[in-house]
Design a protein around this ligand. Structure first.
Ligand code: NAP
Length: 259
């Protein structure tokens, strides 16, 4: 299937590794010019080289912290008029609600709610004018079913989800869609660090913790960044103009609800 987005331009935030990289790779494979970002310049450049060599697409980089105003300004200066925006940033640390002070909450809300909202605000009017736009926010399955040790994520991402539910319905008539992609457990560095935290808290080994998580997933495996990226690219495709304001869960059917 031709996704119909060859020649389009995309900003993919936090994309030197993991799920962001998976999205950038899948979009580039569809002929989209991608601008990828991350804080660490070295890994970012290596990823750009890899995406170029595997897809032949134009790949540009902006190194910086997307959760800061200056970081976002640098991204928008490099690509002020994207057709596609994939919002992503590192998730807040795991822990216990007793320990999270006001500063921790401000950081989580800044990174996982205000940052994507500010980027949406900066690009959405241009998309409306051009009558094409696709915005995908990488959030978490925690939005649908809370993960107690990731309370900062549960809270901050719920705020973004509420905002998206409203604005998505205002712009879809202009062929601009905004959706959230909710990863369950994907084989990335973030998952490895969550496993380490859970293991420490429970007194089990990391391997035991990993096996218990796998056993609890109906698919008996973790997801791959490649399959996450493919779903993202479809949501950004020309064919997905009628999918808007949705929270698309990708978790190997771990969430136990019928709907
Ligand atoms: P990952 O493998 O650790 O990759 C994170 C990427 O984001 C790296 O490229 C990192 O590069 C970049 N990054 C982190 N903070 C950044 C910042 N402030 N500014 C710019 N770039 C930044 O993580 P992942 O598993 O792909 O997770 C992506 C998102 O999905 C996170 O918000 C995570 O909480 C969420 N999520 C993941 C899972 C999972 O199972 N993997 C499940 C639920 C939710 P630098 O460090 O060099 O900046």
């Amino acid at each position: 299937m031709d996704f119909g987005i060859r020649g389009r331009k995309a900003i993919v935030c936090a994309a030197s590794k993991g799920l962001g990289k998976g999205c950038a790779m899948a979009l580039a494979a569809e002929g989209v010019e991608v601008l990828i970002t991350a804080r660490g310049a070295e890994a970012l450049e290596a990823t750009a080289v890899e995406i170029r060599s595997r897809t032949g697409a134009t790949v540009r980089t902006v190194a910086g912290d997307v959760t800061t105003e200056a970081g976002r300004a640098a991204i928008l200066a490099a690509m002020p008029d994207p057709d596609i925006l994939v919002n992503n940033a590192g998730g807040p640390p795991a822990g216990d609600y007793h320990d999270w002070v006001e500063e921790d909450w401000r950081k989580a809300v800044e990174a996982n709610m205000i940052t994507p909202i500010m980027l949406i605000r900066a690009v959405v009017d241009g998309m409306v004018e051009r009558q094409f736009g696709r915005i995908v926010n990488i959030t978490s399955s925690a939005v649908k079913a809370p993960i107690p040790e990731l309370g900062l994520s549960n809270g901050a991402r719920a705020g973004l989800t509420g905002f998206v539910a409203g604005i998505a319905r205002q712009v879809v008539k202009h062929n601009v869609t905004i959706n959230n992609l909710l990863p369950g457990q994907f084989e990335t560095d973030r998952l490895t660090s969550n496993i380490a935290t859970n293991a420490k808290r429970s007194g089990r080994s990391e391997e035991e913790t990993r096996q218990a998580m796998l056993a609890a997933n109906p698919a008996r495996r973790f997801g791959s960044a490649q399959e996450f990226g493919a779903t993202c690219a479809f949501l950004c495709s020309a064919h997905a103009g009628y999918i808007a304001g949705q929270n698309v869960l990708i978790d190997g059917a771990r969430y136990p609800g019928t709907f």
